[in-house]
Write a protein that binds this ligand. Sequence first.
Ligand code: KG4
Ligand code: ZN
Length: 353
Amino acid sequence: MIVLGIESSCDETAVGIVRDGKELLGSVVASSMDLHAQYGGVVPEIAARSHIEAVLPAIQQALHDASCTWNNIDGIAVTQGPGLLGSLLIGVLTARTLAITKNKPLYAINHVEAHLYVNFLTESRLPQITPRKNQPSFPLLGIIVSGGHSQIVYFRDHSDYELLGQTHDDAIGEAYDKVAKMLGLPYPGGPSVSKLAQQGNPHRYTLPKAHMSGKYDFSFSGVKTAVLRLAQQLVGGDFMLPSIELPHLLSQSQKADIAASFAFTACETIVDKVLLAYKEFSPQSIIIGGGVAADRELRRQLEERLPCPIEYPDMKLCGDNGTMIAALGCFEAMRNNTQANPYTLEAMPTLSM
Ligand code: KG4
Ligand code: ZN
């Protein structure tokens, strides 16, 4: 079962080809990130236009890399949501058209759920991507930490899951990006904060962790505001001091200590809840996905505090990619799950798990 997956929910036009949900055959990620950098965030119209230009070349390249022709492809999977409407539309319409013209089954994929599915890859034809040694076992806990989501999900089996908790405001990646702006770090902010944090003292400043009424829920807007107040105070300003002034007034070592203290607290917030869920559900495996899964502090804390071993996906598969869509698509196809109608499938920007 070979599935071609198309991802276009945000600023990455990505295509992956996966066999049997476990073998990576091809993966192409074309990002329009550079075009957004000057605006400090993704501009939806620019992202949508870039998808139009990039999607067909990305598909051709992925087929070429995987040494496949359309004859070898058994199904097409596409991100249906959540994401930016204009961006999603390009992927969905491309997949619908190909499903009709190439006469292939079509699978509509939830982007957030798919982030976890790179953990099922145990073989890779691409030398630059290292797969995991073992596939995870059910029941499992899935942790999704991205720019749009922070959630813990309990999976009894494929397609059989329960959302235990999620953020009530900012996602963890969003908080990383906003802290990066306060510190004047280059776009995209998450990786920049993560890198600078390695040079700072994570215990230099104590930042607050939100206590939520939902046992497994999160909030990251408080810690983000606490970072702003701390930085204003360190440079001798009050809460009226615009955050745009901060990068020039903070010293390099203050920035590194703020980044480290923030990353420490944000990751601890996640790991606290993962430990709680581990005790309650005794899962066979814990898997993690989404852009922030590449953060070294998060991986360090998970390894230090979890009572069980944890395997991570390749860093290059943590952010948005088409491989995760193809991997989940394989499982949908292998389990004979409902196919999407290529004449009617619609993008769903607010799709949730
Ligand atoms: O999964 P993803 O690529 O897109 C969404 O589905 O949102 O996640 C993007 C988020 C951004 O907020 C980005 O800053 C963050 O993941 N991110 C990181 C790292 N790499 C990406 N955050 C912390 N450390 C990283 N190494
Ligand atoms: Zn994502």
